[in-house]
Design a protein around this ligand. Structure first.
Ligand code: HEC
Ligand code: HEC
Length: 335
C-alpha cells in the first residue's frame, strides 16, 4: 500500500515538474498584438528640441541606449553620443539583456518600425516584435502623449547609425520568472494623460517626473532582487545594487562594492534632510555623481531645468515621511 502511495506521489511530482516546464517553455515568450497609441510624430523644431531635452535629460535614454562604457560616460558628461545600443545588462541568474539601437537605421534600428510600434513600447512595454519587455526598465507608461510625441520625433530626426544588437539571452530561471512575474507583463491600462503638466515648480509636475519620467521611484524603492517587484514603501530607499563587474573594472573601482539607494521621503533620517531649500537640491544635482559607478543617471539629471528639479524637490517633500534609516551607501557583502 505504502509503495503504491509513494509511486503515485512520485508520478504526481514528475507530472508537476513536467507541466511547469511546458508552461514556462510555451509562455515566457508570449506575444501581444495590442494596438499602440494613435499619435502623430512632428517635424516642428520646438517639439524636437523638447524631445532632445527629455532624451538626454529627465528621461535619460542616453544612460542606457549606448554601445559601450566610453559612450556611456561621454553621454553622462553631456557629450553627443550615438544611441545605437548594445550595452549588455547582466541579470544574474536570469540571463542577459541588451539595450537596442534607437537611431533611425532601417536595418538595425528604429527605422524598421512604425511610429505606433515605438509608442506602444513606451506606453505598454511591448517590444516592436510583440514580445513583452520589462516595463520597469523604461517606466514611461504614464508619460503624456505630448512628451511621447516629442521623444519619438527627436529620435526620428537623428542620424541613422548601423549597429546590430544581439537578442537577449534567458536562462530557464529567467524564462520562468518572465512567465510568472508581473514585472515582465505589459501594462494594460496605463491611463496616461494627453499633456504633461507644464514645466513649472509644482508638486504635480514633480509627481509626473519622479514616477513616470526620471524614474526616481524605480530605484529608490526596495525591490525583490529576482522579480524586481516592490517589497518596501515607495521612495523610502533600501534597494541594493550589485556591482556591475564590467563597469567597475572599466572604471578601475573595487569590484566588490555594492550601492544602496537612500531614503528620499522627507523623513528627518533620510537624505532629503540635507537639502533644506530647492537651491541646495539643485546645487547637488548640478554637481553630478559622487560615486563614479552609481547606477543613478546623475549626468542626465544634472542638465534638468531648474523648474523641473524644484518640482521634484517639492513633490518629494510632499510625500508621507517613512522611517528607513540607510546608513551605508557603499558597502561590501561578507563572503
Ligand atoms: C535603464 C535603461 C534604459 C533606459 C533609461 C531606456 N531604455 Fe529603452 N531599452 C532598454 C533595454 C534593456 C531594452 C530592451 C528591452 C527588452 O529587450 O525587453 C530597451 C528597449 C527599447 C525599445 C525597443 C526596441 C526594440 O527593438 O525592441 C525602444 C523603442 C526604447 N528602448 C526606447 C527608449 C527611449 C525612447 C528611452 C528614453 C525615453 C529609453 N528607451 C530609455 C533600456 C533602457
Ligand atoms: C538607476 C537608479 C536610480 C535612479 C533612477 C535614481 N536614483 Fe537616486 N540614487 C541611486 C543610488 C544607488 C544612490 C546612492 C549612490 C549615489 O549617491 O549615487 C542614489 C543617491 C541619491 C541621492 C543622494 C545624493 C547625496 O548626495 O547623498 C539623492 C538625493 C537621490 N539619489 C535622488 C534621486 C532622485 C530625485 C531621482 C529621480 C530624479 C533619483 N535619485 C533617481 C539610484 C537611483
Amino acid at each position: 500500500m505504502l509503495k503504491k502511495i509513494l509511486l503515485l506521489l512520485g508520478a504526481l511530482i514528475v507530472l508537476g515538474i513536467l507541466s511547469f516546464y511546458i508552461f514556462v517553455q510555451t509562455s515566457w515568450n508570449k506575444t501581444y498584438d495590442w494596438p499602440g497609441p494613435n499619435l502623430q510624430v512632428s517635424q516642428d523644431s520646438a517639439v524636437i528640441a523638447h524631445g532632445a531635452y527629455l532624451v538626454n535629460g529627465p528621461a535619460h535614454c542616453n544612460g542606457c541606449h549606448v554601445s559601450n562604457f566610453d559612450d556611456m560616460m561621454a553621454g553622462d558628461k553631456g557629450g553627443n553620443v550615438d544611441l545605437k545600443g548594445g550595452i549588455m545588462f547582466p541579470l544574474g541568474p536570469l540571463g542577459k539583456m541588451y539595450t537596442r539601437n534607437i537611431t533611425p537605421d532601417e536595418k538595425t534600428g528604429l527605422g524598421r518600425y512604425s511610429d505606433e510600434q515605438i509608442f506602444r513600447m513606451m506606453r505598454h512595454g511591448i517590444r516592436p516584435s510583440g514580445i513583452s519587455s520589462m516595463p520597469l526598465l523604461m517606466p514611461f507608461w504614464k508619460m503624456a502623449d505630448d512628451d511621447l510625441v516629442a521623444i519619438v520625433s527627436y529620435l526620428r530626426s537623428l542620424e541613422p547609425v548601423e549597429n546590430e544588437v544581439p537578442e537577449n539571452e534567458w536562462t530557464f530561471m529567467g524564462k520562468a520568472v518572465r512567465a510568472m512575474s508581473s514585472t515582465f507583463k505589459p501594462i494594460e491600462n496605463p491611463d496616461a494623460p494627453a499633456s504633461a503638466p507644464p514645466i513649472a515648480p509644482t508638486i504635480e509636475r514633480g509627481d509626473y517626473l519622479a514616477n513616470y519620467v526620471t524614474n526616481c521611484v524605480g530605484c529608490h524603492t526596495n525591490r525583490d532582487m529576482m522579480t524586481y517587484e516592490a517589497i518596501g514603501p515607495e521612495f523610502a530607499g533600501g534597494m541594493e545594487f550589485e556591482p556591475w563587474v564590467a563597469l567597475h573594472k572599466y572604471l578601475d573601482v573595487d569590484t566588490t562594492l555594492w550601492l544602496r539607494a537612500p531614503n528620499i521621503t522627507p523623513d528627518p533620517g533620510g537624505v532629503m534632510a540635507k537639502f533644506k531649500t530647492p537651491e541646495e537640491f539643485i546645487a547637488r544635482f548640478r554637481m553630478g555623481r559622487a560615486y563614479p559607478f552609481s547606477p543613478m543617471d546623475w549626468g542626465a539629471f544634472s542638465r534638468m531645468k531648474e523648474e523641473d528639479l524644484t518640482a521634484i524637490w517639492m513633490y518629494l517633500n510632499s510625500l508621507e515621511p517613512v522611517k528607513n534609516d540607510i546608513t551605508e551607501i557603499a558597502f561590501t557583502k561578507e563572503k
